[in-house]
Design a protein around this ligand. Structure first.
Ligand code: ZN
Length: 236
């Protein structure tokens, strides 16, 4: 049985960022569980990717196999009822008048963190790990350090539980995220990230590029491919 301080819960969507976070947690903690959220995403591709990634991390990485604990999927369908965004409905992916991408789902990450914190409490896990990133192009206000610090303070007060949130990607750009994956799990992990993680907003799994699957021109594909090219150029 792992000691309490060696247990972590990773917010795991099946995307590149959360997969690198999972590898980061597996390299540090003896027992790592994952949590995902079903909120009526337009494309359930990411949800399908989650299990494949977990299987590959268990099967291909001897040091991590025994550490990877159960996966949890929590319903967050009420986000769909709240209103339309490009992530839950077939609306155009563009910038809104508020200066945010139409993929922004108000309250989504806040809700996910509360649900993950409640699960962590129940599972006696003192560490959350999430792929929030301030350097991201999107400027999602719920990924900012200030937002997260305030929310973790509210959770500490409201649950009386000293939960800590690790955000290993907070200061990294996408090329550095590729680099961190390589550092943590070598070519084998980079291969899993390319083949099995999903980032494309359009849910495209037909077009295969050096950096993985995707439509190649939505903002998420653009960020992922530019990061890949920058990382590759820096390696040579
Ligand atoms: Zn795309």
């Amino acid at each position: 049985m792992s000691t309490q301080n060696s247990r972590a819960l990773v917010l795991f969507s099946g995307g590149q960022d959360s997969t690198v976070c999972l590898a980061w947690a597996l390299s540090r903690y003896e027992h790592v569980e994952t949590v995902g959220f079903d909120y009526g995403q337009r494309h359930s591709v990411e949800m399908e990717c989650r299990q494949r990634i977990r299987d590959h991390l268990k099967g291909g990485f001897a040091n991590w196999a025994g550490r990877l604990g159960p996966d949890h999927v929590l319903e967050a369908q009420s986000l769909r009822d709240v209103g339309e965004t490009a992530m839950t409905h077939e609306t155009k992916i563009e910038m809104t008048a508020a200066g945010l991408p139409s993929t922004f789902v108000p309250g989504r990450n806040l809700l996910f963190i509360v649900l993950a914190a409640a699960l962590a409490y129940r599972r006696a896990i003192p560490f959350l790990v999430g792929g929030m990133c301030e350097t991201d192009y999107s400027g999602y206000p719920d990924c900012r350090r200030e937002t997260l610090d305030a929310q973790m303070r509210a959770i500490f007060l409201g649950m009386e539980y000293p939960l800590k949130l690790h955000t290993p990607l907070m200061e990294l750009d996408k090329s550095e995220t590729w680099g961190l994956g390589q550092k943590l799990g070598g070519d084998a992990l980079t291969q899993v990230i390319v083949e099995d993680t999903h980032t494309c907003y359009r849910g495209d799994r037909e077009h295969r590029h050096d950096w993985g699957y995707g439509c190649g021109n939505c903002p998420a594909c653009d960020l992922r491919s530019r990061g890949w090219k920058k990382w590759k150029a820096g390696k040579v």
